[in-house]
Write a protein that binds this ligand. Structure first.
Ligand code: HEM
Length: 414
C-alpha cells in the first residue's frame, strides 16, 4: 500500500469549501485507473480546489479555468520564484559549484520567454517534422518487428521508451549506440523529479553532461542536426553561448521524451482494449490522425504547474502570491461542461480542440513532432501486428506526479 504525502495546515486565505483532499502522486484511485479517477474528481470536487497534500496547492480541473489561467502569465507565472529572488539565490551559490542548467523557455514568462522560444520554432515546424517522418517510421518498424514473433511484449520498455529516445538521439546528432545510456538517464530523471526539486536540478546537470561532448564538437564542426542549428542562431543579436546550448538540450530532453512515451502508452492501451477500433483503423488508416487527436483528449496526461505571482481570483477563490497551482489538464479534457459525453471515444468529435498540449504562450512547441510520432506508431503497430489485446494476467501499472505515466503495459496477440 502506498502512503499519502503528509497534509499541511490550511492557510488562512483558503475557505473550507475550497479544500478537497487529493494527493497528486499517491491517490490510490489515480494509481489504479487514472482517468476514471479524474472523472470522479470532476464529479466530486469544484473546478478549482485546494489540496493539503503535496505541500499544499491549488488544483484546477475545469477546462475554462485551466484555459484562463494558462493564458494569464502575469498572474500565473511559469518561473518557480520571482526573478530578483532567483538572481539572489544564484549569486549566493559557491562559485566552484557545477552550473545547473535552466529549462528555458518553459520556466520563463513573457517578454523573456518569447525571445528564448523563437530560436527553437523553425526546427519544430510542420514542414521540418514532415521531413523526419520516414526516419521515424523506420525506427518504429525495427522495434515492432523485434517482438512480433514473440506473441507478447511489455509495450513500455519494448517500444514506447526506445522509440522517442532514438528519435531524440537522431535529431540531436547523438550516436544511436548511446541508446541504453539515454534510456537510463530518462529513468533516473523521472525518479529525481519524483523525489525532490534539488535532485531534479542536479539531474539537469547530468543530462547536460551527457550531451556536452557533442555540443562542443558541433561548435567547430556543424552537421545536419539540431545542436548545430542552434549554435547558428542568435538571441537579441548576441551569438549563442555554451550555457544556453546546455539549457536548450536539457529542455528538449525533459519536454520531448517522457511525454511521448506516455502518449504512446495510453493510446496503445485504448487500442488494445478496443478490437473493433483496431479493425476500423486497419480497414481505413486515413482515420488514424483523427484517432490520434481523440486519444490525446481522452487520455490527457501532463500537469503543468504555475506560481501565483499577483493576487487573483480563479474559479471563485482568492489566490495569493506564492500559492502554487497545478493545471490538471487531464481534468480539462474530460470536463462535461466542455465536451459532450467526454468519457466516450468519438472519432469525429466536432468543433472542440483538446488541451493536451496546453494553451497560451507555453503551448507545446513539439506538438507537430509528437503528433507525427504517435500517428506513425499507431499506423505501424496496426500494419505489422495482428489484433493485439491487454494481457489479462498482468494489468498495466501507473505512477503519477507532473505527469500521469505508465510503468508497464503487457500486450498479447495470436
Ligand atoms: C504527446 C506528447 C506531448 C505532450 C502531451 C506535450 C505537452 C506539453 C504541454 C502541456 C506543454 C505546456 C507546458 C506548460 O504550459 O508549462 C508543453 C510544452 C513544451 N513542449 Fe511538449 N508535449 C509533448 C511532446 C513534446 C515533444 C516531442 C517536444 C519536443 C522535443 C516537446 C517540446 C515542448 C517544449 C519545448 C515546450 C515548452 C514550450 C514553451 O515553454 O514555450 N513536447 N508540452
Amino acid at each position: 500500500m502506498t502512503t499519502l504525502t503528509e497534509p499541511v495546515p490550511v492557510p488562512g486565505h483558503i475557505p473550507p469549501e475550497a479544500v478537497y483532499d487529493f494527493d497528486l502522486r499517491f491517490d490510490p484511485g489515480l494509481l489504479a485507473n487514472p482517468h476514471e479517477r479524474v472523472r470522479e474528481l470532476l464529479r466530486e470536487a469544484p473546478p478549482v480546489f485546494w489540496t493539503p497534500r503535496n505541500g499544499g496547492r491549488w488544483v484546477a480541473i475545469g477546462h475554462r479555468e485551466i484555459f484562463d489561467a494558462s493564458r494569464d502569465p502575469e498572474h500565473f507565472s511559469s518561473s518557480p520564484m520571482p526573478k530578483a529572488e532567483m538572481e539572489a539565490l544564484m549569486a549566493s551559490l559557491p562559485a566552484d559549484m557545477p552550473r545547473i542548467p535552466q529549462a528555458v523557455p518553459i520556466l520563463m514568462d513573457p517578454p523573456e520567454h518569447t525571445r528564448y522560444r523563437a530560436p527553437l520554432q523553425g526546427s519544430f515546424s510542420p514542414k521540418a517534422v514532415q521531413a523526419r517522418k520516414e526516419s521515424i517510421r523506420e525506427l518504429a518498424n525495427e522495434l515492432i518487428d523485434a517482438v512480433v514473433a514473440d506473441g507478447h511484449c511489455d509495450f513500455i520498455p519494448a517500444v514506447a521508451e526506445p522509440l522517442p529516445v532514438r528519435i531524440f538521439l537522431r535529431m540531436m546528432g547523438l550516436p544511436e549506440a548511446r541508446l541504453p545510456e539515454f534510456r537510463d538517464l530518462v529513468h533516473e530523471f523521472l525518479a529525481a523529479t519524483l523525489s525532490s526539486d534539488i535532485e531534479a536540478a542536479l539531474m539537469g546537470r547530468k543530462v547536460a553532461d551527457a550531451m556536452l561532448d557533442v555540443i562542443q564538437a558541433r561548435r567547430e564542426d556543424p552537421q545536419d542536426d539540431l545542436i548545430s542549428l542552434l549554435w547558428a542562431t542568435e538571441i537579441d543579436g548576441r551569438p549563442m553561448t555554451l550555457e544556453l546550448m546546455e539549457d536548450y538540450a536539457v529542455l528538449l530532453f525533459i519536454a520531448g521524451l517522457d511525454t511521448v512515451i506516455n502518449g504512446m502508452g495510453f493510446g496503445v492501451r485504448h487500442l488494445a482494449a478496443n478490437p473493433e477500433l483496431q479493425a476500423q483503423l486497419r480497414a481505413d488508416p486515413s482515420l488514424i490522425p483523427d484517432a490520434t487527436e481523440e486519444l490525446l483528449r481522452r487520455y490527457t496526461f501532463t500537469i503543468p504547474v504555475r506560481r501565483v505571482a499577483q493576487a487573483v481570483e480563479l474559479g471563485g477563490w482568492q489566490m495569493l502570491p506564492g500559492d502554487w497551482l497545478a493545471l490538471y489538464l487531464p481534468g480539462a479534457d474530460l470536463d462535461p461542461r466542455e465536451y459532450e459525453s467526454p468519457e466516450e471515444f468519438t472519432l469525429k468529435r466536432q468543433g472542440k480542440a483538446h488541451i493536451a498540449f496546453g494553451a497560451g504562450v507555453h503551448r507545446c512547441l513539439g506538438s507537430h513532432l509528437a503528433r507525427v510520432e504517435l500517428q506513425v506508431l499507431y499506423t505501424q503497430m496496426l500494419e505489422r501486428l495482428p489484433p493485439f489485446r491487454l494481457d489479462p494476467q498482468r494489468p498495466a501499472k501507473f505512477h503519477s506526479g507532473n505527469i500521469i505515466a505508465l510503468d508497464s503495459l503487457p500486450l498479447r496477440w495470436d
